[in-house]
Design a protein around this ligand. Sequence first.
Ligand code: SF4
Length: 374
Amino acid sequence: MKYLDEYRDPRIARALLAEIAQQARGHWVLMEICGGQTHTIMRYGLDELLPPSLELVHGPGCPVCVTPLETIDKALELASRPEVILVSYGDMLRVPGSRTDLFTVKAQGGDVRVVYSPTEALKIARQNPERKVVFLAIGFETTAPANAMALWQAKREGIGNFSVLVSHVLVPPAIRALMASPDCRVNGFVAPGHVCTVMGYEEYDALVRDFRVPIVVGGFEPLDLLEAVLMLVKQLEKGEAKIENQYVRSVSQQGNLHAQRAIEEVFEIADQKWRGIGTIPASGLRVREAYGDYDASRIFGLASITAEEPAECISAKVLQGLSKPTDCPAFGMRCTPQYPLGAPMVSSEGACAAYYNYRRNSSQLSALSVRAKS
Ligand code: SF4
């Protein structure tokens, strides 16, 4: 398939792997930020093809995984109100809240609907003027422009029954928090190509300077990731730390200025809680006062809802690259995609789901078969 096969060519992959093996001398820990990149690594077994001195760990780049438990609980509270239509992306329906999930609320009669874009959510609001339509608007800088445009459009049309429950997170403050942690082992980052398509990569300069850590903006296909790893290894072996762009077919230094203006118009930067990790200063977006009439948290008085993470789920460590999903005692046994305990097992971008789909290790499989026989 054009524009895919070129980036999955085994011959080029072997050449890149040979060059990585030739260049890599030290032991380097590299983190890919995005859950989509994690799934490519697992699906193609890229981590197993690299020299043993290179370790890939997985970052907090799955938007469903880092949406705080409180936000899920707020969505659940709204979905159980008869006057509300709660609209969301499909992944969010199975994310466990404190007591239940949106699928269960839907099965019990709540009006929960799946959409593929905020424009669809706005359409539902137009079609149901007697109901209150709330869109669960989550994600990184990638989804923020479309969500911002939905609010802008709603205000322009005077649609009074539409609002958003927002949980938007930003990548650079998360990398800063990871690097500032005394537990951090990461020597270099593969930055998310889709986020940088929107935001450019100038804002990563400060991270490179402050922490002397190389960052390479990477794409999502196997050759993209192998090339990004090679670029990081070359920098590390030379003792360099700079920002480089592997994903040149999509990312420019300044990004998409129109999309950035849309975000700026509707949202402002705020402290943000990340599921499992806690609050990271200036790492999220909240709705500006001028769009307050479209902010579900304000309209429905949801600010007081708080929640504690389940103790058994070690997703905080997984999302910070401190543990692998297979280190979790619940992995593949008490926690599966069918019965998830934590968000990383639910999402199509979650690290635990990636390991479950592509890398259930033999000890856990045998443990499963022992359980099945007993
Ligand atoms: S396997 Fe399940 S319980 Fe363990 S960290 Fe992943 S989501 Fe949490």
